[in-house]
Design a protein around this ligand. Structure first.
Ligand SMILES: NC(=O)c1ccc[n+]([C@@H]2O[C@H](COP(=O)([O-])OP(=O)(O)OC[C@H]3O[C@@H](n4cnc5c(N)ncnc54)[C@H](OP(=O)(O)O)[C@@H]3O)[C@@H](O)[C@H]2O)c1
Length: 272
């Protein structure tokens, strides 16, 4: 096997592809060891200006020239693109890492070749600032070394969690994949309520954002159960107790579970 191959190649340099390329460069991989294929000429030029040396190729050439091939295009585009890479992938045998939501490793192997070593990844948007979390699943052909390679790639934009079954990917999608949107909704709702209570928009936003960030960090860094941390802010007869009672009467906890079950069900539908 020719080992002058590029370290990694990205098919698709949109939001996720760019975040991963930036992460790899930050982690010490030279831009001239990273290739990408991207039909949008302006986007490709901007990326090469940001990381001089980055290698621009067509998708098939890239598949033949890399050790790790990252599929970072929209899931609906993959059924057309992936079969066109089968010859190169079967011959050059790169590790394939797919971040496409809902596309199973079996479907990918059906397009790319039955022996393909595949790791499927579900990152989330905080990866754009290096604060993501990614669920990972490897097919049986992937080796321990392949898992390390995928872990390093996604670990460059946040933390990683390995799954035991591919079925769990639906739960990951409903939790951390879609989860940032739930938190943004809470931020929107708290900001709006703070304004209605008399704060100006900038102050309402600052207080809400610092509270969400601070509470998440406290829950993470103290190691305490969130229920215990909540009990500590909730003095009997106090203001927090009143608010929490209203949340509970309205079925907040059940509502979150119903919403996440809906997201997981939709993930199953999209996976086909
Ligand atoms: N964003 C997230 O939070 C997130 C989270 C988890 C998983 N994902 C997954 O990550 C993947 C990419 O998402 P994204 O948000 O980065 O999408 P995106 O911003 O639309 O990026 C996709 C990029 O791929 C390019 N592309 C399309 N067809 C191509 C082809 N044949 N060859 C090479 N490049 C091609 C697109 O170019 P054009 O615009 O010119 O078509 C675009 O630049 C999706 O499968 C998504 O499910 C995203």
């Amino acid at each position: 096997m020719n080992d002058d191959r590029l370290e990694a190649g990205f098919i698709g340099a949109g939001n996720m592809g760019q975040a991963l390329i930036a992460g790899l460069v930050r982690s010490g991989v030279a831009p001239d060891a990273i290739g990408f294929a991207e039909p949008d000429g302006d986007r490709a030029a901007a990326l090469r200006a940001q990381f001089p040396g980055l290698v621009l190729r067509g998708p098939q050439e890239l598949a033949a020239e890399v050790r790790t091939l990252v599929l970072a295009i929209k899931p609906q585009t993959l059924p057309q693109l992936a079969p066109s890479l089968a010859i190169e992938v079967t011959a050059a045998e790169p590790l394939v890492v797919s971040v496409a939501a809902g596309i199973t490793t079996d479907r990918l192997a059906g397009w790319l070749g039955p022996e393909t070593r595949i790791v499927r990844a579900m990152p989330n948007t905080p990866a754009l600032i290096g604060a993501g979390i990614t669920g990972l699943f490897a097919n049986p052909h992937a080796s321990a070394r392949d898992r390390e390679t995928a872990d390093r790639l996604l670990g460059a934009v946040g933390t990683t969690v390995w799954l035991e079954t591919e079925e769990q990917m639906h739960a990951v999608t409903a939790t951390s994949g879609s989860g940032p949107a739930y938190v943004f909704l809470l931020i929107e709702a708290m900001t709006r309520a703070a304004e209605s209570l008399g704060l100006d928009p900038a102050t309402a936003r600052r207080l809400t954002l610092a509270t969400v960030t601070g509470a998440a960090r406290l829950a993470d860094e103290s190691g305490n159960d969130p229920a215990e941390l909540r009990a500590r802010v909730t003095s009997p007869g106090g203001t927090t107790e009143r608010a929490i009672a209203i949340f509970e009467q309205a079925g907040f906890v059940e509502l979150v579970e119903t919403a996440m079950r809906g997201a997981a069900a939709r993930s199953r539908e999209l996976g086909g």
